[in-house]
Write a new protein. Structure first.
Length: 104
């Protein structure tokens, strides 16, 4: 089954008690799923709840398109690290054959 934004948000809140900003970044010819240190519940967070949820939906669509939703959920459930100020958690997305289409 494809990953859902609700599922992703639930695991963030369960693991760390906050709705962390999530991003997909390209670095050194690879794509990484990153859990950033900023989170929705912070007063200084740059997005409204609606904007955050819309971004989360887009991110989930990308992850499902890449075919890596299960791997991301497994990593989020098992990582021992926690996001810290100035240091994002990074998970190199496993190449399912489609990721290379998105790298130029």
């Amino acid at each position: 089954m494809p990953l859902t934004a609700t599922e992703l948000l639930a695991i963030l809140r369960q693991r760390w008690g906050a709705s962390y900003d999530l991003q997909i970044r390209r670095r050194a010819g690879r794509l990484y799923f990153q859990v950033m240190w900023a989170y929705l519940e912070q007063q200084s967070f740059p997005f409204t709840e609606e904007e955050y949820l819309a971004r989360l939906e887009q991110l989930v669509e990308q992850l499902n398109g890449f075919g890596v939703g299960d791997e991301v959920l497994e990593w989020l459930s098992s990582t021992k690290d926690k996001p810290r100020l100035g240091k994002a958690l990074s998970f190199p997305l496993p190449d399912q054959g489609r990721l290379s289409e998105f790298l130029l």
